[in-house]
Design a protein around this ligand. Structure first.
Ligand code: NOJ
Length: 764
């Protein structure tokens, strides 16, 4: 008898048919189905469903299968192939008393096997259809690997780029991030998480994680209700309204109470006000951390606080399984609290289609892909197309770009030939070796014309302590690998290379791990090793093009002054090198726009464009004392939100409004004509901002309220119409009522957030 046969038989004996199980006759009625199943569960089995285990170090696989068979596990994360998942699902279906399927989760953040640009890059496309498509591709790939649930999208508003996780989200703006949140959920779930090639989306990190004090990861968050409601909460809500089946709870405190113990957040706001009906999951170890936060004396109290607050599933800690049964028996936690959580977990499994078919995404062994990492499993064309749209042309003096394919180009810089960095962090199952570096991409696009010279020129940093820190992060192998030559020797080689070329392309920025969880920085300059390289290159007098690879805004003052062109590429993913080369050589005309402003210095943070109005604002052109400014530096961001150049030129007409007044329930249309006055076809993003001139509370100087991306041939023009209705004018007032107040509104339309054409109307 084969091993497999004997396992199946043993399983059948261990689970005689006399036991009850999920009732297929009720599969068309979620509520009845879940209630029927819960009616059969013991307290221990219920608590087991709340346990989400990190596969690997937390528990070896054979022990895990036994725990599952004993009904003590609801799901795992980090198992990403059928061979791992199948025995676990079999343990659940064939060996456990109630045959409740396991769920398999994973961080599918900006792609799965194919890596797309990091969140900031996706947001730079200002193209929600493209962003939806990346999540769709990711879902197709992840579901083919047996994954049912992703912890994504990350929609934390980020206004302090010292925070390393700025890279994961979609930037500083509430409206843009909300659009991206919606697009991602639609892409992952595609109408229903029950489809075989959908995965359920759980939005994170609820809530306000992006506002950690000082940008230091895991730090406290303390925020006024007005800012919370108007600026930080809407993106989570947008994801939920788009149907996200899950919510991951943030690690931080929210006004004194950790999110994982925050009843107001998880019940009053999320469930009662917003009507969320899905499952909530704690972040890694967050329930245990309630003790370190100092709100729980011991594990029992931590479990009690979390379950009573509304944390349904506990990720990677033992507290629920250890403590909840006893707490219920002693009357400290009600059966109702447990049932509420279990109902959501089973409901999510139902919604994922797992009760209808527990092997829906695992399939049969004979259909397992022979090579999980096969290149044929990638979606390279999608990755290249989206990555090209994610690139932001910050600067292009004297039309330095595009480059000529016949030119001799000196490509230098520590990131020019790095595969792993191009992936960015949270790159799922992206494989470095399958990633196209800039050096490879430029070679591909030049196609044998011209000459491509290369020198590394510098290490990302010469600071060994930083290298050690970065390599301590959980990579399989050290990924910041130092060139052991002296910095001067590397620079000399780069300069010699540059001297032979017509133009220099320098790929500089951060190692990917510098913009990651737990990777906060106190400076945002390029590391000194790279600054020294750039200075030496500048001294050659050759045109200098910077290709920036980084996961957060950097401070680029010297670079702005001295570079002839700068292309912000974030971390562009599997096809990054090809996509960047497409733009450098003009095969693709850049159209990306910044989703976050780039500050001049750390001291100036925050520089978000939509800050509240002030009594003593700094007024450009009217310097003087007693206005809000830093006197030792120019005011405002170095590159503003919404900025991004093209190889062609666009102009905007004046704004014309369909009416100068709006009735309640009515609409005003703002029209503007955009013209391509340059020599090339190109796309741009026309942005609509609104300013509430006088309101009952202080309102932002302006807020993004719409945008349209348009493609125009040279000489072509298009008139765009932006409908403005009362809903677009609403905000949360002092009593947290969602209102549009009568009065004047300024309408501003521009190709970035600063240079705008204005109109105005009155809401009656
Ligand atoms: C911790 C991170 O904060 C979260 O974003 C992630 O989903 C979990 N770990 C699981 O990997």
């Amino acid at each position: 008898m084969s091993m497999k046969m004997s396992f199946v038989l043993a399983a059948a004996v261990a689970c005689p048919l006399a036991f009850s199980q999920p009732n297929p006759a009720l599969l068309n009625n979620k509520k009845a189905f879940v209630a029927d199943l819960m009616g059969q569960m013991t307290l221990e089995e219920k608590v087991g469903q709340l346990r989400l285990i990190s596969i690997g170090p937390e528990m070896p696989a054979p022990q895990l299968a036994d725990e599952i068979a004993a009904g003590r596990v609801g799901g795992t994360f980090n198992s990403i192939n059928h061979k791992e998942q199948r025995p676990l699902q079999e343990a659940a279906i064939r060996r456990s008393r109630l045959k409740i399927p396991m769920l398999f989760a994973y961080d599918v953040v900006h792609g799965h096997r194919t890596s797309f640009p990091i969140g900031l890059g996706l947001a730079s496309t200002w193209n929600f259809e493209a962003v939806r498509r990346t999540a769709r591709v990711a879902a197709v790939e992840a579901s083919a690997d047996g994954i049912d649930l992703t912890f994504s999208p990350t929609v934390d508003i980020a206004r302090d780029p010292r925070w390393g996780r700025t890279s994961e989200g979609f930037g500083e703006d509430t409206f843009l991030v909300s659009q991206m949140a919606r697009a991602m959920v639609h892409g992952f779930q595609n109408g229903s998480p029950a489809k075989r090639d959908s995965i359920m989306s759980s939005v994170k990190h609820f809530a306000l994680y992006g506002a950690v004090e000082g940008g230091r990861d895991y730090n406290v968050v303390d925020m006024s209700p007005l800012r919370m409601y108007n600026d930080y909460l809407p993106p989570y809500r947008a994801a939920i309204d788009a149907g996200a089946g899950g919510v991951m709870i943030a690690l931080n405190t929210v006004n004194g109470v950790p999110a994982s113990a925050n009843k107001w957040l998880l019940q009053d706001l999320l469930r009662k006000d917003w009507g969320f009906k899905g499952v909530t999951v704690s972040d890694h170890g967050a329930i245990t951390e309630l003790m370190r936060h100092g709100v729980a004396r011991d594990e029992a109290e931590a479990a009690k606080l979390a379950i009573q607050a509304g944390v349904d599933m506990s990720m990677a800690d033992q507290v629920y399984i250890k403590e909840l049964p006893g707490l219920v028996k002693s009357g400290q936690v009600s059966q109702r609290d447990i049932d509420n959580a279990v109902r959501e977990v089973l409901g999510a499994k139902f919604d994922m289609g797992l009760f209808a078919d527990p092997f829906l995404r695992i399939g049969k062994a004979e259909d397992d892909p022979p090579d999980l990492k096969a290149d044929s499993r990638l979606h390279r064309p999608d990755a290249r197309e989206v990555a090209r749209e994610a690139l932001v042309l910050l600067e292009n003096k004297e039309k330095t770009l595009p480059l000529k394919k016949g030119a001799t180009v000196a490509l230098v810089g520590p990131l020019a030939d790095s595969q792993v960095d191009m992936l960015g962090v949270w790159s799922g199952q992206g494989v470095a070796k399958q990633t196209v570096t800039l050096r490879q991409g430029m070679g591909n696009v030049m196609g044998g014309q011209g000459k491509l010279l290369y020198a590394r020129g510098a290490n990302v940093t010469n600071d060994e302590a930083i290298v050690k820190y970065l390599n301590f992060l959980n990579w399989d192998e050290p990924e910041v690998v130092q060139d052991t030559r002296s910095p001067q020797a590397m620079i000399d080689e780069a300069v010699a290379t540059a001297n032979q070329a017509d133009v220099i392309v320098a790929a500089v920025g951060e190692a990917r791990g510098m913009s990651h969880e737990s990777s906060s920085r106190t400076t945002l300059d390029l590391p000194e090793s790279q600054q020294a390289l750039l200075k030496a290159l500048k001294a050659t007098g050759k045109p200098l093009v910077l290709v920036l690879m980084n996961g957060r805004p950097l401070t680029l003052n010297w670079e702005r002054e001295n570079a002839d062109a700068m292309l912000e590429t974030w971390f562009a993913g599997t096809e990054g090198g090809n996509a960047i080369a497409d733009v450098l050589f003009g095969d693709f005309n850049p159209s990306g726009k910044l989703p976050i402003s780039l500050p001049r210095s750390v001291g100036q943070i925050p520089t978000y464009y939509n800050h509240p109005r002030l009594g003593r604002p700094f007024t450009p052109g009217k310097p003087g004392n007693y206005t809000s400014q830093y006197f030792d530096q120019p005011q405002g961001a170095l590159y503003v939100f919404g900025h991004g150049l093209s190889y062609t030129d666009f102009t905007l007409s004046e704004v014309s409004l369909s009416s100068t007044s709006m009735k309640r329930g009515g609409k005003v249309e703002a029209n503007v004509t955009v013209s391509n006055t340059g020599q090339r076809a190109g796309a741009t993003v026309v942005q609509l901002y609104i300013q509430d001139v006088a309101a009952s509370i202080v309102r932002p100087v302006k807020e993004l309220k719409g945008f349209q991306k348009v493609m125009l041939q040279p000489g072509e023009q298009k008139t765009l119409s932006f409908p403005i209705d009362e809903k677009l004018l609403k905000f949360y007032d002092n009593q947290l009522r969602y209102v549009a107040e009568a009065g004047r509104f300024n309408v501003q339309i521009g190709l970035d957030s600063e240079n705008v054409r204005e109109g105005s109307f009155e809401l009656k």
